[in-house]
Design a protein around this ligand. Structure first.
Ligand SMILES: Cc1cc2nc3c(=O)[nH]c(=O)nc-3n(C[C@H](O)[C@H](O)[C@H](O)COP(=O)(O)OP(=O)(O)OC[C@H]3O[C@@H](n4cnc5c(N)ncnc54)[C@H](O)[C@@H]3O)c2cc1C
Length: 406
């Protein structure tokens, strides 16, 4: 007879912020929840660790005061500085003051343990079958196949997209993929203010280029379309920082790079699952501006958990409930990329318009021109028209159309 495996109410794939938030909602409501992690915990996670104010509030409200062991040094960031090819700079403080600089290896594990869910690490999700009344899941643990049977499965597995691929096998092939990588350098001399996250709107450097201080070293990061060469791109940024900002760094250590599904939130092409399988966090496409993905992972994860709880209690269709509830987080996240919201609203948790007002009209115009020429870097992806059309729909109807979601 086939082993049906461990029976649980909810099975979450992943142990990042989306998983922890989802687990918290389910365990608070009394549902037996297991979270799977393919790596051994605590696991390393390539991330700058800069958290938005909304993410910070979520962690405190849901998981309690942050222990100092889960923070890097400097232990907080007070805001973001944008740099432009003309060497103009726009400096913004986060709303409500500095936010913690999270060490993802320990912060994610702490939040996950605080959630109260049972955690099975070194257990890789490999497939599922939705039977209508429940979902059968196969995993691999130390070369053995281990099965589970859950009422709901929540894919919070980040850019790996294993759960999304299981429900929509051709989905990942349709996405443009980016490489996002960072290297750590000994600092010889670094005039960049270590209290800020620094981001370059420079089309010749890459799609994202950033730098900031961590634990006595300097991170230099670069994001570009898959197919480019990480070492060359990174070297170009280091040389630029030395030439233009007089940043002198020792040789690069510990390179870390991942491929990322950046893009769905810009063009409102999220993926939320099918039947009893809900997809959330970065796997669903949530990514805020400047690659800030933790706050929307936390909030979308919590909403996935709430939708599952609602479906348990009322026998409502979980997928429909989730799609209704997630619309608010879609609005928050996609607004960050919406040019009309940026120009006339206040979608970010740092005062960009306030910072611009401190500049002369000539400087403001120059910066807008530089931003525009940076955005042209994305034109081969054909996103411009889609962003504009989605922005108009948002203006006219107050929401982003759910018909574009998978
Ligand atoms: C270089 C870099 C810098 C970044 N900097 C920032 C920043 O400063 N601030 C910020 O907010 N965001 C940042 N981000 C983005 C942020 O890290 C993500 O958006 C966020 O972690 C998404 O959370 P999540 O819970 O959805 O997924 P993740 O945090 O990716 O968690 C998914 C988990 O699922 C596990 N998993 C994957 N596949 C399987 C499987 N088959 N079986 C079992 N487990 C599986 C993974 O090991 C992982 O633990 C950065 C990203 C990169 C790459």
């Amino acid at each position: 007879m086939r082993d049906e495996g461990r029976k649980v109410d909810a099975l979450i794939v992943g142990t990042g912020p989306a998983a922890a938030a989802c687990a918290k909602r389910l365990t608070d409501a009394g549902y037996e929840t297991v979270a799977l992690e393919r790596k051994e915990l605590p696991r390393r996670k390539p991330c700058s660790g800069i958290l938005s104010p909304r993410g910070h509030r979520f962690l405190i409200e849901n998981f309690g005061p942050l222990p100092k062991e889960i923070l890097h040094s400097p232990s907080s960031a007070c805001g973001v500085k944008f740099h432009f090819p003309s060497m103009r700079t726009v400096s913004m403080e986060f709303d409500g003051g500095p936010t913690p600089h999270l060490n993802r290896k320990f912060a994610d594990h702490w939040a996950m343990k605080q959630s109260g869910a049972e955690i099975h690490d070194r257990t890789e999700f490999i497939g599922l079958e939705d039977k209508g009344t429940h979902v059968e899941v196969s995993t691999r643990k130390e070369e053995r196949i281990v099965r589970y049977r859950a009422r709901f499965v929540i894919g919070a597995d980040g850019p790996g997209l294993a759960v999304a691929r299981a429900v929509y096998p051709d989905y990942a092939a349709r996405l443009p993929w980016f490489v996002v990588g960072q290297k750590f350098h000994r600092i010889i001399d670094c005039p960049l203010d270590d209290k800020y996250f620094h981001f370059w709107f420079h089309p010749e450097l890459g799609h994202y280029t950033w730098s900031h201080a961590r634990d006595g070293r300097q991170i230099v990061g670069v994001g570009f379309l898959k197919g480019g060469n990480f070492d060359n791109r990174h070297k170009r940024v280091v040389e630029y920082l030395e030439r233009k900002h007089h940043v002198r760094l020792g040789p690069a250590e510990e390179p870390e790079a991942v491929t990322a599904n950046f893009g769905p939130s810009l063009i409102n092409r999220y993926i939320f699952g099918r039947g009893n399988v809900l997809i959330t966090g970065q796997a669903a496409g949530f990514f805020n501006m400047i690659a800030e993905g933790m706050s929307c992972a936390l909030h979308s994860g919590a909403i996935a958990g709430e939708a599952a709880v609602e479906a348990f209690r009322s026998s409502k269709d979980a997928q429909r409930t989730y799609r209704g509830m997630i619309a608010s987080e879609v609005r928050r996240c996609s607004d960050q990329w919406n040019p009309l919201q940026i120009a006339f609203g206040r979608p970010h948790e740092a005062d960009f318009r306030g910072a611009m007002k401190k500049l002369t009209p000539g400087e403001r115009l120059g910066i807008l021109r530089e931003m525009f020429s940076f955005i042209r870097l994305y034109s081969p992806l054909n996103w411009g028209r889609q962003i504009l059309w989605q922005s108009l729909r948002r203006l006219l109807t107050g929401r982003y159309p759910a018909t574009r979601w998978l």
